[in-house]
Write a protein that binds this ligand. Structure first.
Ligand code: AMP
Ligand code: MG
Length: 376
């Protein structure tokens, strides 16, 4: 499928059946590419509905809302069910994410996770059951990925000062941080849903799974509201309810790992989520080196910026976790893991100025076009 023409669509979006819509500038990011496409599709749909006369019934309404959550923007475009009576329909989805952020954020001091992260060493702390359950799921992913995905990387984040200006830790400091990292530095007690820290420097970072957990709540809220089709973009992770139409999935652009404005692949999304992990999004420069924000818990070091991994999964949490885990494993081991575990994954590997595209068997079934640069 060719790239969509980047035509301004704002004016046409003022069509009468749009209950709420906003124009936006057409800056060329991955996120905007797909929203431009989504907008164009809505326009086409509206035109198609207007010319089919007599209309079969009231035109379905589409709604778009966005809010700043979890340090990024959550945008939802949704087709409202005929029975819906206006804007409040999307609110439960945003409320659910707001509540999750209040529980999981490690950027504020009062979240459940932040309080656990500051709790006295050796003292079990009660966690709300839903959060404990979520952390249990994440722990199972840590086991399944052989520790490539491990939210207990907090001590390493501190050692490399990844939330500040970055630093190269001394060998002693790195060793200390490694000893304070990993889920085994926490004592989990399922019957009481309590967690105790075992090391003063150990803390849990929700950065690798929070958006996926949030999009799962968005999916559930939209389905509960009877929304037949929707598309959500949460800082680069996507969620689709239904397809673009009964016949076609939503096309999602996968950006070049180093050039976010360049689409290098298209993936079809229907009732699923797609997440991408790489080092180009967030990194800090220390002297001559760039330290990416994804750490290899097995070495305690930031993973090199070798490219990116995009994972498609029905469960948004799985997509988020697995994109991070497969990025840590790297293109060779990661692809083997994806094949062995039936994961739809696309590895974009930057090598000698070229970009290689390696798709797992399951991902190949979702790709919408052939690469123009790189090879399978
Ligand atoms: P993502 O952008 O989903 O790949 O998640 C990256 C974020 O997860 C980082 O910014 C850290 O907050 C956290 N993180 C870093 N390394 C890991 C890891 N190996 N496992 C789990 N979370 C990680
Ligand atoms: Mg992730």
């Amino acid at each position: 499928m060719p790239l969509p023409a980047q035509t301004p669509v704002g004016g046409a979006l003022d069509a009468p059946d749009k209950r709420e819509y906003s124009c936006r500038s057409l800056a060329d990011t991955n996120s905007q590419l797909i929203f431009i496409l989504a907008h164009s599709l809505l326009l086409l749909q509206t035109v198609a509905a207007l010319i089919s006369y007599p209309p079969a019934g009231p035109l379905p309404g589409w709604l778009e809302r966005e809010a700043f959550l979890m340090g990024t923007t959550l945008r939802i475009v949704a087709e409202l069910p005929d029975s819906a009576s206006g804007a409040p329909t999307l609110e439960p989805a945003f409320d659910a994410v707001r509540r999750l952020e209040a529980s999981l954020s490690t950027w504020r001091e009062d979240s459940d996770l932040a309080l656990l992260n500051r709790s006295p060493v050796g003292h079990p702390r009660a966690i709300p059951p839903a959060v404990y359950h979520l952390l249990g799921e994440v722990r199972r992913w840590t086991e399944r990925t052989g520790g490539a995905f491990d939210p207990a990387v907090g001590a390493l984040v501190d050692a490399w000062d990844l939330r500040g200006t970055g630093r190269h830790p001394s060998p002693e400091a790195l060793e200390r941080a490694r000893r304070a990292s990993g889920l085994t530095r926490f004592a989990w007690d399922d019957p009481t849903a309590t967690v105790a820290r075992r090391e003063a420097e150990a803390w849990l970072d929700s950065g690798g799974f929070g958006k996926g957990a949030a999009l799962r709540l968005v999916r559930d809220a939209l389905r509960a509201a009877g929304i037949p089709r929707a598309f959500a973009d949460f800082g680069g992770q996507w969620l689709a309810i239904g397809g673009r139409s009964d016949e076609n999935p939503w096309p999602v652009a996968v950006a070049h790992p180093a050039r976010r404005d360049k689409a290098v692949a298209w993936v079809g999304l229907r009732d699923a989520s797609i997440a991408t992990s790489g080092q180009s999004e967030r990194s800090v420069r220390v002297g001559d080196t760039r330290l990416g924000h994804i750490l290899d818990p097995r070495t305690g070091r930031p993973v090199s910026a070798w490219g990116s991994v995009t994972v498609l999964a029905q469960d948004p949490l799985a997509a988020d976790v697995l994109a991070t885990a497969l990025f840590v494993l790297g293109p060779a081991e990661g692809l083997r893991w994806a094949e062995a575990n039936d994961v739809a994954a696309l590895f974009l590997v930057a090598r000698d100025g070229r970009l290689e595209r390696r798709a797992s068997r399951l991902m190949r079934g979702h790709l919408l076009d052939d690469p123009t640069s790189g090879k399978e």
